[in-house]
Design a protein around this ligand. Structure first.
Ligand code: DX5
Ligand code: ZN
Length: 223
């Protein structure tokens, strides 16, 4: 049994100058989430997006947010962000010594807790988090920038994660593929067991297509 495929549009790849127009097109095309990459320049060597950006997005659309925190000690910073019910909030396993407590805090805020794993992090680290998790983000690239190339072991890792969750009876925990999700990679990631796909520069914001066309292409890749 696999969960329906969902699309999470990467806002760091959207046009800042035409943000409202891009979001309206994404909404009309039926994406389920907007992916918000927050970077602090410490956990990853880049600074990206902010709570002001979150508030601007919320002033445009009611779509739920898929917030990807690439920040150190997220447990001390959750209240900095306008986190709402129905959002997904992912922390990096590698970013805090208090992973389980932080996932609990996200749940107490009414949002869906998720953990993101950088490529080198083994999936077994989630073994004792299964009661806290709504989703696992399997990073297909080393986090910090859009436009990077999928690391070779990604498909195996997604497959291993889906097998691991199924063996534990956790078929309802979603697996998100994040990074270099091209139309072709999405098909392979879907086959490997992913359910949520971050559409960034590799697909939804590929300049060769309109957003509407790109969403249709990505949707067809994950059926
Ligand atoms: C990278 C971010 C991704 C990024 C994906 O650290 O987590 O969400 O936006 O962009 P592409 O699709 O260009 O890899
Ligand atoms: Zn991301």
């Amino acid at each position: 049994m696999c969960l329906p495929g969902k699309i999470s549009a990467s806002m760091m790849c959207a046009s800042l100058l035409n943000l409202e127009d891009d979001i309206r097109q994404l909404e009309k095309a039926g994406v389920e989430y907007l992916h918000i990459d927050i970077m602090d320049g410490v956990f990853v060597p880049n600074i990206m997006l902010s709570n002001s950006f979150i508030r601007a997005v919320r002033s445009i659309t009611g779509l739920p947010l898929d917030i990807h925190l690439m920040i150190t000690q997220p447990e001390n910073k959750l209240e900095w962000f306008d986190i709402q019910e129905n959002d997904i909030v992912a922390i990096h396993y590698e970013s805090t010594s208090n992973v389980e407590g932080t996932l609990q805090m996200i749940g107490h805020l009414g949002a869906h807790p998720a953990v993101a794993l950088s490529p080198a992090t083994p999936i077994e680290v989630i073994s004792y988090l299964l009661e806290d998790l709504y989703m696992v983000n399997i990073m297909a690239v080393n986090p910090g920038f859009s436009g990077r190339t999928m690391v070779p072991m990604t498909l195996q890792k997604i497959n291993d994660t889906r097998d691991f969750l199924n063996r534990k009876g956790k078929t309802d925990i979603m697996i998100e593929a994040d990074g270099n999700v091209t139309f072709e990679h999405a098909m392979e990631m879907r086959k490997a067991g992913a359910d949520m796909f971050v559409g960034g520069s590799s697909s939804l914001f590929d300049p060769r297509y309109s957003i509407t066309e790109a969403v249709t292409r990505l949707r067809n890749s994950i059926l």
